[in-house]
Design a protein around this ligand. Structure first.
Ligand code: DLL
Length: 433
């Protein structure tokens, strides 16, 4: 099933034409309603009439998270306050939070793109869906919630926390779908097993996982332990929230709702657009947003756009899974290291739980990387030789994947802190001094 075949399967030429028209309208709208953009365009000697097709998008200025912070709280809002019906906020680790206001039409589009996503996962009106993203200023909870309602499935607004009670609800209400972070899905699997339940006691069949990067191995692990099929759900508050892109049954890249969010990939250093297929920083322009529309917003997320038709019949462009954020990338002794690389190695080895923590430090002017990982109970042993062997096995694999050596620290099952929302997998002590 396809929620909106008209838009999701639109011929490419027609889509580009639609995007061009929407871009023209958007540029004129922000030029006249957002002084920040008017000034930027004037500085570049650019007027709204210079934008004639979607190809002209490269002429427009970029927007960064810092711009949003500098214009806190409502500086980039284009619609009058009387038109704003909801506000979300995303907290960063430093500085002002980012405030995003939505008009009624923005919210309708958000529900629409979430419904497209859920339908692509195979959700129907007969499903009962638990939304276990946090409700509140975070966009995950309410964003997924209204998407489920909009498509006519039953929503259980479970939010996070109280996992045992939540699991009983999943069992007793025959909940068939769940939306949460992949790390919370793993935690649910653990608690299920701890409560003496098995996946066969539950009727879960679909997971809508996102809000943080996750690997293919993580997907296999969750699918196998919860007995469901896990689909990627991508989004960010500045652009909308969950529903910017979604996987279909092919699970090969996530289709972007590009009639609303126009994607580009740029080289984060030169800011030049990169050809389709190359990995770089993902940039979005909100083609239809009224509350806080953004031109060429730099997400810092690293991925590539994928060429070619998808067997599912959708024509909207796909993006590869996010391999990390340009600001998540660790540079250790000059080598780029992504936490997702470590995750892949750990999840390929049956001896370990999918729970790990990277601790980066600097000793005697030399960067150090410690990888803490939980050993599965069946493989935990009092025999030092066995444990040293296991440690060496992991160190060797990490070395071959990362090209630097890491100090492996094997820890007991259940000793690394679990997360209900986005997980924290890196402690970089170099930044703390
Ligand atoms: O995380 C919105 C969301 C909620 C998406 C629920 C999906 C599901 P923010 O808190 O603004 O919004 O964080 C956005 O999270 O730039 C990515 O770095 C990361 N992210 C979100 N979804 C994915 C995903 C929400 N599927 C930031 N894969 C983004 C990888 C993701 N990273």
């Amino acid at each position: 099933m396809i929620w909106n075949p008209n838009k999701e399967c639109m011929p490419r030429e027609q889509m580009r034409e639609l995007q061009g028209k929407r871009l023209q309208k958007l540029v004129s709208y922000v030029y006249h309603n957002v002084p920040f953009y008017r000034h930027k365009m004037q500085e570049m000697d650019l007027s709204p009439e210079d934008i004639r097709s979607i190809d002209d998008i490269v002429k427009l200025p970029f927007t960064t998270k810092q711009d949003l912070r500098d214009n806190y709280p409502y500086g980039l809002q284009a619609a009058p306050a009387s038109e704003i019906v909801r506000v979300h906020a995303s907290s960063g680790t430093t500085g002002n939070p980012t405030i995003v206001g939505y008009t009624r039409r923005d919210l309708a589009i958000w529900s629409e793109v979430m419904s497209r996503s859920l339908t692509a996962y195979g959700v129907t009106r007969h499903d009962t869906f638990s939304v276990s993203y946090g409700y509140g200023l975070f966009t995950g909870g309410l964003g997924a919630h209204y998407g489920v309602e909009n498509m006519g499935a039953t929503v259980i607004p479970a939010s996070t926390g109280n996992t045992e009670k939540h699991l009983r609800l999943i069992r007793d209400l025959n909940i068939t779908g769940i939306a949460c972070t992949p790390s919370y899905a793993l935690y649910l699997a653990e608690v299920t097993e701890r409560m003496g339940l098995s996946k066969d006691d539950l009727s879960l069949r679909i997971g809508a996982f996102g809000a943080e990067p996750w690997t293919e191995n993580m997907r296999q692990e969750i699918q196998q332990r919860l007995g469901l099929k896990g689909y990627n759900l991508y989004g960010l508050s500045e652009i909308m929230g969950p529903g910017v892109s979604y996987e279909c049954e092919e699970q090969h890249g996530s289709h972007i709702n590009e009639d609303h969010f126009f994607p580009e990939i740029i080289d984060p250093d030169t800011l030049e657009p990169l050809p389709v297929g190359q990995t770089g920083e993902l940039v979005f322009t909100t083609l239809t947003k009224e509350g806080m529309p953004l031109l060429r917003y730099r997400t810092k997320d690293l991925c590539a756009l994928m060429e070619g038709e998808c067997p599912c019949g959708r024509t909207n462009v796909r993006m590869t899974p996010i391999m990390g954020r340009s600001d998540d990338m660790l540079i250790i002794r000059g080598i780029n290291v992504f936490p997702s690389q470590v995750e892949s190695v750990i999840l390929e080895m049956k001896e370990f739980e999918p729970q790990y923590l990277l601790v980066v430090d600097r000793k005697n002017n030399l960067d150090t990387l410690e990888v803490q990982v939980e050993v599965r109970r069946d493989f935990f042993s009092d025999d030092i030789g066995t444990m040293l062997g296991l440690k060496k096995k992991l160190s060797d694999k990490l070395k071959s994947v990362l090209s630097i050596s890491a100090e492996v620290k094997l820890v007991e099952p259940n000793s690394i802190q679990r997360s209900e929302g986005k997980s924290k997998r890196v402690i970089d002590k170099r930044k703390l001094v």
